[in-house]
Design a protein. Structure first.
Length: 129
């Protein structure tokens, strides 16, 4: 799947974001190795620490459907600046796809591409026993 198509799927989900406090709507589309796409949106809570980012919502949807191998993530917002994943999202993504390709875009722009390893060069890794 091409980057622009994945960005389009994320943009399609953007109106579903729940951001009554910040007004900052974010949506993500996560492509699995199997070719499936899972979307997520940010879900704010009046207790900000309980809010869920779009990226983690997409990961949770994919994992809940039995998918754990991801190749590409598109993240979009209507804001002026591209929505780079926060540190918590970067760490969650690294759990499943340390070589993930991430495309971020604001408004209608084509987007900017990064590798997760560029955004989180020293991810925490705990080896399972």
């Amino acid at each position: 799947m091409e980057a622009q198509e994945l960005l389009g799927l994320a943009r399609k989900s953007l109106p579903l974001a729940y951001a009554p406090y910040s007004g900052y709507h974010v949506a993500a589309a996560l492509l699995t190795e199997a070719g499936e796409v899972f979307t997520g949106v940010n879900v704010e809570n009046s207790s900000y620490g309980l809010s869920i980012c779009a990226e983690r919502a997409a990961v949770a949807a994919a994992v809940g459907a039995g998918q754990r191998k991801f190749t590409r993530l598109a993240v979009v917002t209507e804001g002026d600046a591209p929505p780079l994943p926060c540190g918590a999202c970067r760490q969650v993504l690294a759990e499943f796809a340390p070589n993930l390709h991430i495309i971020v875009a604001s408004r209608e722009e084509e987007g900017q591409s990064y590798l997760l390893a560029e955004l989180l060069p020293h991810a925490f890794v705990l080896r399972a026993k």
